[in-house]
Design a protein around this ligand. Structure first.
Ligand code: URA
Length: 434
């Protein structure tokens, strides 16, 4: 088989055989096909798509590029949650310890920042010492001992996704339903889970901006989960504004800690409770999703969720003194407020621009080798439906790159969609598919 011929075949919109896909995925994982050829292949898939059978084959090949877990010896249901990616989307940090504290086993394999969106691994690694590159054995031991682990793709665990994910991040090939399906589902199926909660984002800060495309993605993900015998709930949720106020790695950890300690943050708290409730229900620890939500509230109130986060952070090498006292974390050198030049009611935001602004400040990568600045990011104050006043700041930005500040201020101002008449907040959840 020939790499160039396979690229050309997909470029022409033809269907690839399982053998051709195997050739590409296997040889790329093994380092036999260079990044430039796979980038071209990914772009062909981006434009030409894949049918259901190709998507299932791609997922299966990515899944079996490494080892897969079998946690049958651990009695109790294993459930995970995955989001298709958003701006300020930090719910994993909150709900994994909530569900684990409720007695559900949570084997979580996550990703790094992708495009304009943040990644759970980068957020966790902003906690000094926190290790996400766990071995296969460490994952199993932690699940047994603490009821959860928070790991990344490694040479052992879904290595095909590790490489493809990093490449898609910097080659403009993220927004593809088959590639997102293969990426998410290979990680989730490798975890040996019984159930999965999917948070499919829609809106200006999502990879699928239109509702119909988000629904198509939700259907592709749920169909794949079901084909592999998993129980699944998908929620299509709003991403037309940042989730919570904080965007950027440490800033998001800090906001999550406040929620785990019982504080309420509009939108973020509600969505976290809904997702955790669904996990607890699928995990067999509640009779319904609603009961799962009530259990989640109790667990947060009792301090058990916060303690679980401390426990897992310590187990994974994190210095928990920073979690107990977030003020200890050294802030970015520059912190500046941003003011709107216009007044009006906030009708929406260009949330993609807000995510890209955080990346520009140092919170994300432009090329694979870029280092993340854990202190960089944005606190974005207003919510859709709020009145914007010229005298009040709309955001505060944090960076160590002085040269980015003025440009980012302009971008944030441009990201506001203002109207003269009163506006309404969008729904948090548009639809639940179960
Ligand atoms: N999350 C993933 O894990 N992969 C994607 O491709 C998009 C979001």
């Amino acid at each position: 088989m020939n790499t160039v011929e396979i690229i050309k075949k997909k470029r022409e919109g033809e269907k690839l055989t399982p053998e051709e896909l195997k050739f590409m995925i296997h040889n790329y994982s093994e380092g036999n096909i260079p990044d430039y050829q796979i980038s071209s292949f990914l772009m062909a898939v981006y434009f030409r798509g894949m049918d259901k059978e190709e998507t299932a084959n791609l997922t299966d090949l990515m899944l079996h590029s490494g080892k897969t877990f079998d946690f049958d010896d651990i009695k109790g249901k294993k459930v995970d949650k995955h989001s298709t990616g958003g701006v300020g989307d930090k719910t994993s940090l909150i709900i994994a310890p909530v569900a684990a504290a409720a007695g559900v086993y949570v084997p979580m394999i996550s990703g790094r920042g992708l495009g304009h969106t943040g990644g759970t691994l980068d957020k966790l690694e902003s906690i000094p010492g926190f290790r996400t590159g766990l071995t296969f054995t460490e994952c199993g031991n932690l699940l047994e001992k603490s009821g959860m682990f928070l790991a990344g793709q490694t040479a052992e665990l879904v290595p095909a996704d590790r490489k493809l994910y990093a490449l898609r991040d910097v080659t403009g090939t993220i927004e593809s339903i088959p590639l997102i399906t293969g990426s998410i589902m290979s990680k989730k199926l490798a975890e040996g889970i019984d159930g999965l909660v999917l948070d499919v984002k829609t809106g200006t800060g999502a990879f699928m901006k239109e509702y119909d495309r988000s629904t198509e993605l939700a259907e592709s993900l749920t169909a794949t989960a079901k084909a592999f015998g998993k129980e699944v709930i998908a929620m299509i949720t709003d991403m037309n504004q940042p989730l919570g106020k904080n965007i950027g790695n440490w800033l998001e950890v800090e906001e999550s800690l406040r929620i785990l300690r019982g504080e309420t943050v509009s939108g973020l708290s509600d969505l976290s409770l809904k997702l955790a409730g669904a996990m607890i229900w699928l995990g067999g620890k509640a009779e319904s999703q609603e009961e799962g939500e009530e259990i989640s509230k109790e667990i947060i109130k009792s301090g058990k969720a916060f303690d679980k986060f401390l426990e897992i952070s310590k187990e994974q090498g994190g210095d928990i003194s920073f979690l107990k006292d977030p003020g200890k974390f050294q802030a970015a050198k520059y912190a500046e407020e941003v003011f709107s030049e216009e007044e009006g009611w906030l009708a929406g935001t260009d949330n993609y621009k807000i995510g890209m602004a955080a990346l520009e400040l140092g919170a994300g990568r432009k090329v694979k080798e870029d280092l993340i600045d854990p202190t960089a990011g944005i606190i974005f104050y207003p919510e859709i439906g709020d009145k914007i006043d010229k005298n009040k700041p709309i955001a505060k930005l944090f960076t160590n790159k002085k040269e980015t500040i003025e440009r980012v201020k302009t971008v944030l101002k441009e990201a506001l969609v203002l109207e003269k008449a009163e506006t309404k907040a969008p729904p948090l959840i548009y639809k639940t598919i179960s």
